[in-house]
Design a protein around this ligand. Structure first.
Ligand code: FEO
Ligand code: CA
Ligand code: CA
Ligand code: CA
Length: 643
């Protein structure tokens, strides 16, 4: 979904950077000529700068034949590969789930079935602790709902959100959250295991605990929870991550879309609401039927929005475990969260705040994780240091600690405790002078080279007077990707790092792609709007896109590239999404023999409705609406993907 931007006028965090940047720009023009319409970052390695433009395919280690760009009601994979549809919206997850009946869907049925708009994907092997086998638990986030495609008779997207009945809102509540599904590959085919005993549905009403510095804070207390430590459900779970001790982390992103009411603009917390993008009439007006989403109605619940926007941890192997919102990791529009382990065993969680002009964060645990004693790690994420990135145009960056009492994070600025700091993480980061980025989506660590990859999906609101070296293009419609290089390629806990540009997206040879993209010719391989990414065991990157149909008039897809050597950043198209869909959750499965993808919001197009959708993917049956689904892409010969 689009993000409007709620960081209106962050100061230039690095003082005279503009002057220095303009000096460099002039110098670069001399080097590269007028074709370099954007600002070529100084940190591009020499081989990359020389290689901008068409490249020979042979430079890459990838072995599949890249797909041309296309737009189609169906999805497409390269020759030699096949798509296996694994889980669709409405498929049974829990015992007693009724057969999917889209014309008569109910909240009770939905609570037992696979949710809507699958996003983050993870795989936890079975038996627990085993490695490489093709049997395990698939963990899936369900980010949001498209009522216009879920229910008959509601009209288009805008109308449907308002027209949805109380019962249909309850169904949408049950379609949010996450699923855990036992899956296995047999005779070459992936399928859910019937009656999986660890299967689970988490919804927007599942009871959860709140822990960390904001737990019990007065701004987290409500009529139903005077302790400020218990909350019903999780919302808008986008991407996620996992921990070395085998739990999953799911990230709450656009929680502002669910809360509204008159008090948004007039209440005591109006300024704080505004910084998180709350408006009186939200995208999903559930408050018409569910009082806790109305921050103004009596009995008013001004604090309910403060209980969302967190990272949630749960144990996928224990369907009875209670999920926990870990407030130490900060409150913002969490795209995802990926861990790395520092040399001393402390765990580092990298996170992006997906909004125009918002920031890149990391959290470093206070203690090392304990390999021998899982119980010792149970609350490890409650104690540590949250930091935000300030990028310098010389290719270095500082991680600035968000610690109460340090620098501007004092009572004079309204921060009386670390709880205040994490509840208003964005304002704290504003005061520290973090670098406003072009919508940070996924931030993922490459397990082979130790570099951290930041997907910056796009930012058409960036004007020429607000450029910096890390966000060097005005009106950045296609986005770009950065690498963060920790000291020694492994000290993820350090307060400093270096950074480089990995790619500037868009079609080479056009004004949009002029900044830089290594692609095979102008018509193939280039991507637009990088969103989520994953790595295979060789350290190659797989990038999923969201927004290419709008930005570049081509379907969203999945692209692969080497991260080192001659094929570095030479992207090749592996998968083309069906009409209206974005590609989420790329996950390279056991032994690199499967690419799992979450295909989100198929048929989400202007005027697309339940009765007349722009695609009926993946079933293509009369009367059956499109269904967000998790797919497994395998090689027909059962071999390793990508080679
Ligand atoms: Fe849910 Fe930022 O994508
Ligand atoms: Ca999405
Ligand atoms: Ca995303
Ligand atoms: Ca996105």
């Amino acid at each position: 979904m689009e993000d409007l931007g709620s960081n209106p006028a962050p100061d230039d965090p690095i003082g005279s950077v503009i002057g220095r940047r303009l000096a460099r720009r002039t110098a670069l023009r001399g080097l590269f000529g007028a074709a370099a319409a954007g600002v070529l970052p100084a940190t591009l390695p020499a081989r990359a700068r020389a290689g901008a433009g068409a490249q020979p395919e042979g430079a890459s280690t990838l072995g599949f034949r890249g797909l041309p760009h296309s737009n189609s009601p169906d999805s497409v994979v390269p020759e030699g590969y096949e798509i296996q549809t694994l889980m669709r919206w409405g498929d049974p997850v829990l015992p007693g789930a009724p057969a999917f009946d889209p014309a008569n869907q109910t909240a009770e049925a939905q609570a037992l079935q696979f949710g809507y708009n699958n996003d983050y994907l993870d795989f936890f092997p079975l038996p627990k602790g085993s490695r490489g086998g093709e049997h395990g638990l698939l963990v899936v986030n369900h980010e949001y709902t498209n009522p216009e495609l879920m229910f008959p008779g509601l009209g288009d997207a805008k109308a449907a959100r308002t027209r949805a009945t109380a019962a249909q809102v309850r169904t949408q509540i049950m379609a949010h959250g996450a699923s855990v599904v036992e899956i296995r590959r047999q005779d070459g085919r992936w399928a859910p295991v019937a009656g999986g005993e660890m299967n689970r549905r988490i919804t927007a009403e599942t009871p959860m605990r709140i822990s960390g510095p904001a737990a019990g804070h007065e701004r987290l207390r409500t009529k139903d929870d005077p302790t400020g430590t218990r909350v019903l459900g999780t919302l808008n779970n986008c991407a996620g991550g996992n921990t070395p001790w085998g739990t999953v982390l799911i990230a709450e992103e656009n929680f502002n879309y669910y809360f509204g009411g008159d008090a948004v603009a007039t209440g005591a917390q109006a300024a704080a609401y505004k910084r998180y993008g709350l408006v009186r009439d939200p995208q999903f007006p559930w408050l018409r039927h569910e009082a806790r989403f109305d921050v103004g109605n009596e009995p008013n619940e001004p604090n309910e929005p403060n209980r969302f926007g967190w990272v949630v941890e749960f144990d996928p192997y224990d369907p009875n475990s209670q999920p926990v919102k870990r407030t130490a990791l900060g409150r913002f529009k969490h795209e995802g969260c990926t861990h790395a382990v520092a040399p001393d065993g402390r765990v580092v969680i990298y996170m992006g705040d997906d909004e125009r002009f918002d920031y890149v964060y990391k959290f470093v645990t206070a203690r090392p994780w304990n390999r021998e004693d899982p119980a010792a790690n149970r609350d490890l994420l409650d104690d540590g240091t949250l930091m935000v990135a300030r990028f310098h145009d010389d290719g270095t960056l500082d991680w600035l600690p968000l610690v109460h009492g340090e620098g501007p994070l004092t009572e004079a600025n309204g921060f009386r405790s670390q709880g205040d700091v994490v509840i208003e993480t964005r304002r704290a980061a504003d005061l520290l002078g973090a670098t406003p980025m072009d919508r940070p989506e996924d931030v993922e660590t490459n397990p082979v080279n130790g570099r951290v990859y930041v997907m910056l999906t796009n930012n058409t609101s960036r004007r020429p007077d607000r450029l910096d070296a890390t966000n060097p293009r005005p009106s950045n419609a296609h986005g770009h990707a950065l690498e963060i290089i920790p000291p020694g390629n492994r000290d993820h806990a350090a307060r400093t790092a270096r950074w480089e540009v990995f790619l500037m997206a868009g079609q080479p040879g056009t004004s949009a792609g002029a900044a830089y993209h290594r692609a095979v010719g102008p018509d193939s391989g280039w991507l637009s709007c990088p969103d989520n990414c994953a790595f295979d065991s060789k350290g190659r990157i797989w990038i999923a896109t969201d927004g290419a149909p709008h930005a570049a008039k081509v379907a969203d897809g999945l692209y692969a590239a080497d991260t080192d050597g001659e094929g570095r950043a030479l992207t090749r198209r592996f998968y083309a999404a069906p009409q209206g869909a974005e590609v989420c959750g790329p996950l390279i499965g056991p032994g690199d023999r499967t690419v799992f993808l979450a295909i989100q919001h198929p048929g989400e197009d202007a005027e697309s409705t339940f009765e007349n959708p722009s695609t009926r993917w993946p079933d293509f049956q009369p009367g059956m609406p499109p269904r967000p689904s998790v797919i497994a892409i395998v090689k027909k010969d059962g071999g390793v993907v990508g080679i």
